[in-house]
Write a protein that binds this ligand. Structure first.
Ligand SMILES: Nc1ncnc2c1ncn2[C@@H]1O[C@H](COP(=O)(O)OP(=O)(O)OP(=O)(O)O)[C@@H](O)[C@H]1O
Ligand SMILES: [Mg+2]
Length: 266
């Protein structure tokens, strides 16, 4: 609470962040901020360093330089579970669902860390625990409903079509009540209709009070949903601004035309 009141800057701020893997400078002198309530896109050609940026924000990699500020506090050295406890939660570039579990069970697993009950309470079936369990299931069902997944709640998650599995992953991440939701290529592998639905769902999630940072190659998603875009190439920021200005930036066009991407920004 006191932390909430004391922070004056943006929700998330990367300040001169860099990381090297051996001799490779994967991210260099990167500055950008994510304001509360915004949808920010991080784009760039394959290998530009986008996932690495996400891995640094979420504590998977420690930046070798600079600071990652969450509500003015440097979280650069925190392990992933502590970053998650801050309210920073992510989906992955490739699907990571639990096989052998239903859709609802996968989503319940995502919510697990939100549980207020002490660990020993789950060994006994106390009335508090049963009530909590029921509330959790209701919350998860509401999330499934919002993402059009209620019909498949009791299906084995990994037996579903790819596009549906991606939505289950999103549901599972939402179940942990993110304050900042980090999405790594959420539209990858989706057909046009699914990708259009995703646009709507991302905006709805933002409107429900969640700030969003996303990496996406699908320009239809990037241009339509983001408030601000940061473009990186070879680990460095080459442009930043509103979607329209970024789209017309000569350096951005060149970075994309010079890559093997078939989506170009022009
Ligand atoms: N753990 C690691 N060890 C060594 N090199 C790494 C590691 N992680 C990433 N890299 C390198 O850092 C660079 C950036 O990779 P990264 O995965 O962040 O790119 P990306 O922008 O997410 O690309 P894509 O669009 O293909 O997902 C690449 O050259 C990659 O090989
Ligand atoms: Mg990536």
């Amino acid at each position: 609470m006191s932390q909430e009141m004391s922070h004056t800057g943006p929700l998330l701020k990367l300040d001169n962040v860099g990381i090297s893997f051996g001799g490779l400078r994967a991210v260099d002198q990167l500055d950008f901020a994510v304001e509360k309530g915004h949808i920010v896109g991080l784009i760039g050609p394959n290998g530009a360093g986008k996932t690495t940026v996400f891995n640094m924000i979420t504590g998977v990699y420690k930046p070798t330089d600079g600071a990652i500020l969450w509500k003015d506090r440097d979280i650069g050295a925190l392990p992933p579970y502590k970053v998650a406890q801050c309210g920073i939660l992510r989906t992955f570039q490739t699907i990571r669902l639990f096989s052998g579990m239903t859709v609802l069970e996968n989503v319940l697993a995502g919510q697990h860390m939100q549980t207020r009950q002490a660990w020993w309470a789950s060994l006994l079936s106390t009335p508090g625990q049963r009530r909590e369990e029921r509330d959790l299931r209701e919350r998860c069902m509401a999330i499934l409903d919002r993402l059009n997944l209620a019909d498949v709640a009791h299906e084995p998650a990994t037996s579903l079509p790819y596009g549906v599995q991606r939505r289950v992953e999103l549901a599972r991440t939402l179940a942990a009540s993110p304050e900042l939701l980090i999405l790594d290529e959420p539209a990858a592998g989706l057909n046009d209709q699914e990708s259009a639905e995703l646009n709507t769902q991302i905006r709805e999630i933002r409107d429900s009070g969640v700030t969003i940072l996303l990496v996406e190659h699908d320009m239809n998603v990037v241009m339509n949903v983001t408030d601000r875009i940061v473009v990186i190439n070879f680990g460095r920021k080459i442009a930043e601004g509103e979607p329209l200005s970024v789209r017309n930036d000569p350096q951005v066009i060149e970075a994309y035309l010079g890559s093997d991407e078939d989506e170009d920004v022009a």
